[in-house]
Design a protein around this ligand. Structure first.
Ligand code: GLN
Length: 483
């Protein structure tokens, strides 16, 4: 039995009975990474860093992940180890502190991988192609993208190069790659998990969340990383339930809304059929489903790309060659402004520059009201659409992405086409609600499809309940790519 192919909960059981050791788990993962990461490219800086950092015994009172390796996206700060957001501008940046989620993982005894997982630069993208280090490849078809921006984390989990992984989700960056790689990805409620130490993309939308092999592992990781943090003023002081108690429950009588605006033109025919089959499976288990309407869905993409770029342009203003990472080689020392310009010109990739320009424009004098302010108002309408549906329904089910994974390079020339692929994931970030993607089938070409479940704020429990019930009756999550 290859230990790297097991889930965290399976490994925890084997550790308890002393059938395996932490060192053996780490060794099997290292062998796997050495064996296939040259093809998948899920990790960055593998050559430069040691792979594991054991945290030791869990602190009293923490849930235990003792000896379980966790892979971390390159935008989550790890004290003393490179955290570069896969951007040239952060080359060599070693944060002086751990993100709160990292501290919590260490308190639980987890073993942190020093090499980080690949991502689109600053999490700008849906394919991981915008990484300074080059793209990650989808383990199910190496010619395809793994999704993004947390493509490295999703591909690593899918290819058994990781046991558990963390990603971040601003508009779908955990769920869409999870769906493309046939793993489980959860974006928690805004404020559920601390953003302290997550390098900000769009501060009102970003959340850190788990990418895992199954729903049980997702609950396990959420138990560790959730909770109020005084270091993050947007984290919310709501008590954290034990998410494992949501597993293995009866879902009879649960009311599910199917939004009609999500089943329209642009949705791939095979994805639609697979989704309908998944809904039938849930109905067999006794859920009630009914069509509902989220009438402002069509505005989600434009609203998101105004708000997210506006916030990104101001968050990225701090990268100017003075405090962090990269500084252009021959700055004209006499002129500070020239130094800023040259550093930013050479430090940021094309998509980052595009977003800085778009966001600065949306916030500029004379355009602020027409774009940014109006986008904020429509964001409220989108949130109200969800509030209305959740008065009568426990959750909403949609596809995670309108298409399966696309070919590397296919959408790079057309940013608008790339942006439109986020249509099903963006609204939950705008509304701040939790959403999970679980594997629900494969296309004829063998590419994975994901089912997305959304719920009210702070009701991750119902997501786990429904997702786990579905998972118990299907075998999609057990299938492994052949690489
Ligand atoms: N694909 C979306 C974007 O490019 C979402 C990215 C994310 O969630 N970080 O903005």
């Amino acid at each position: 039995m290859e230990l790297n192919t097991l889930t965290a909960h399976e490994l925890i059981d084997l550790l308890k009975t002393k059938e395996v050791t932490c060192d053996r788990i780490a060794a099997s993962l290292e062998t796997r990474i050495k064996g296939i990461d040259s093809k998948v490219k899920a990790y960055v800086r593998l050559d430069k860093q040691k792979e594991f950092k054991n945290s030791g015994a869990p602190k009293p009172g923490s849930s235990s992940l003792e000896g379980i390796p966790v892979s971390i996206k390159d935008n989550i700060c790890t004290e003393g180890y490179n955290t570069e957001c896969c951007s040239n501008i952060l080359t060599g940046f070693k944060p002086p502190y751990d993100a709160t989620v990292i501290r919590k993982l260490k308190d639980a005894g987890a073993s942190i991988l020093e090499s980080k997982t690949n991502m689109d630069e600053f999490a700008f993208g849906s394919s991981t192609e915008n990484s300074y280090f080059g793209p990650t490849h989808n383990p199910w078809n190496l010619d395809c993208v793994p999704g993004g921006s947390s493509g490295g984390s999703a591909a690593a989990v899918a290819a058994d190069e990781a046991i558990l992984a963390l990603g971040s989700d601003t508009g779908g960056s955990i769920r869409q790659p999870a769906s493309f790689c046939s793993v489980v990805g959860l974006k928690p409620t805004y404020g559920r998990v601390s953003r302290y130490g997550l390098i900000a993309f769009a501060s009102s939308l970003d959340q850190i969340g788990p990418i895992t092999k199954d729903v049980t592992d997702s609950a396990l990781l959420m138990n560790v990383i959730s909770g109020y943090d005084p270091f993050d003023s947007t984290s919310i002081n709501v008590s954290v339930p034990n998410y494992r108690l949501s597993l293995g429950q009866d879902i009879k009588g649960i009311k599910i809304g199917i939004p009609r605006e999500y089943f329209i033109e642009g949705l791939d025919r095979e994805v639609k059929i697979i989704l309908e089959e998944a809904i039938r499976e849930l109905k067999n288990q006794g859920v009630h489903s009914q069509e509902v309407s989220l009438p402002h869905t069509e505005y989600a993409v434009p609203v998101y790309y105004i708000i997210a770029t506006a916030e990104a342009s101001s968050n990225l203003a701090r990268f100017d060659g003075v405090q962090y990472g990269f500084r252009a080689n021959e700055p004209t020392r006499a002129n500070l402004i020239e130094m800023y310009k040259k550093t930013r010109e050479e430090g940021f990739g094309e998509e980052a520059k595009r977003r800085i320009i778009l966001g600065t424009f949306a916030l500029s004098h004379g355009y602020y009201d027409a774009y940014y302010l109006r986008a904020l108002k429509v964001r409220t309408l989108i949130k109200e659409d969800f509030d209305k549906v959740f008065k009568d329904f426990d959750c909403i089910i949609t596809p995670t992405s309108p298409t399966p994974a696309f070919k590397i390079g296919e959408r790079m020339e057309d940013p608008l086409k790339m942006y439109l692929s986020d249509i099903y994931t963006i609204s939950s970030n705008l509304a701040g609600i939790p959403a999970i993607s679980v594997p629900c089938g494969f296309t004829k070409a063998g590419l994975p499809v994901g089912l997305q479940i959304l719920a009210k704020p702070f009701n991750e429990e119902i997501l786990f309940k429904v997702a786990h019930a579905y998972e118990q009756r299907t075998a999609w999550h057990k299938m492994k790519p052949k690489i």
